[in-house]
Design a protein around this ligand. Structure first.
Ligand code: URA
Length: 209
């Protein structure tokens, strides 16, 4: 599918199946989301630009590689997006973090903003927008709109599960934003949940059901 990368690494697929299981504990679910976050981060950052720098090993001078440009911004959509944060920060510890507070109105399924705090120089940085579930895409579309209003130009979207409806909506609203996901599921149900999915990611992560 154009504009979408499904990360089909066996470790990701194995861990995703464990997460889908309704018997999985809160602790297990959170741990797995953290681990998959790391693996997705590895894939999403695969093509970051590199520059050469001169260093000195204990033996000799040499040219090494380092990531060029300003540090990445990780932008979790609250609250489920936070589940990806620790894993990604383990791999990219110097990343900046933008918090975007959006909740889904249960009646209209529309995204309502209640918090936004991001670095001021978004225009100079790559931004990874994080939300485990790309369902209706209302939150993803709204979050990316807010980030673009504040200057972001280079954005990528990372999720765990995507519904075909969500992918279509996000791609048509923001065709410049590539999507990384661990799986594309069958469909959305009448309540905007992904089927077969894994239920409510925030509730399962925080034990709030
Ligand atoms: N958000 C969730 O947590 N789960 C879904 O299935 C859809 C949206």
């Amino acid at each position: 599918m154009q504009g979408v990368t499904v990360v089909d690494h066996p470790l990701v697929q194995h861990k995703l199946t464990l997460m889908r299981d309704k018997q999985r504990s809160t602790k297990g679910f959170r741990q797995l989301l953290n681990e998959i976050g790391m693996l997705l981060c590895y894939e999403v950052t695969r093509d970051l630009p590199i520059e050469r720098i001169e260093i000195e090993t204990p033996m000799t001078k040499m040219e090494g590689a380092q990531i060029a440009g300003k540090k990445l911004v990780l932008a979790p959509i609250l609250r489920a997006g936070v589940g990806f944060l620790d894993g990604m920060l383990t791999l990219v510890p110097a990343a900046r973090v933008a918090h975007i507070g959006l909740y889904r109105d249960p009646e209209s399924l529309q995204a309502v903003e209640y918090y936004f705090k991001a670095p001021s120089d978004l225009a100079d940085r790559m931004v990874l927008v994080l939300d485990p579930m790309l369902a209706t895409a209302n939150s993803a579309v709204a979050a990316i709109e807010r980030l673009k209003e504040r200057g972001a130009k280079d954005l990528r979207f990372v999720c765990l599960l995507a519904a075909p409806e969500g992918i279509e909506r996000l791609r048509s609203a923001h065709p410049d934003v590539h999507i990384w996901t661990a799986a594309i599921d069958e469909r959305l149900n009448d309540h905007g949940y992904i089927v077969p999915g894994l239920g409510d990611a925030g509730d399962r992560m925080y034990g709030t059901r």
